[in-house]
Design a protein around this ligand. Structure first.
Ligand code: ZN
Length: 113
């Protein structure tokens, strides 16, 4: 029953490890760098929905958006909400602003952006 000194040295956990892993998971979850990431999508999704509502073909102007929406459940959900609001009532600036605040909170994450 002697203590093993090597056991203590084997602990690999370091503070920065979790962040790197999370970034990797996000990367894998979103299918890699061939598409725009969620942040980029958030910058154009309102315009995308706007174009779509006016009868234009937003995929021609912003092909990356459709690709991302197919792969990303989170953004697709947001897209459907925006689309719904847009189609129901054209000027919903206040309600849209609330949605954006939630979106910003989600994308900012618990730490710093
Ligand atoms: Zn996304």
């Amino acid at each position: 029953m002697s203590p093993d000194p090597q056991a203590d040295n084997a602990a690999p956990s370091s503070p920065g490890e979790g962040e790197t892993l999370q970034a990797l998971l996000d990367f894998l979850r979103h299918g890699g760098p061939t598409e725009m990431d969620c942040r980029e999508l958030l910058e154009v999704i309102a315009r995308y929905v706007d174009l779509e509502a006016t009868g234009a073909a937003p995929d021609e102007a912003m092909p990356g958006v459709g690709l991302h929406l197919e792969d990303c459940d989170h953004c697709h959900e947001l897209y459907e909400v925006l689309q719904h609001l847009e189609l129901q009532r054209p000027s919903l600036d206040q309600e849209l602003e609330q949605v954006w605040e939630e979106v910003r909170a989600l994308t900012a994450g618990p730490g710093s952006a």
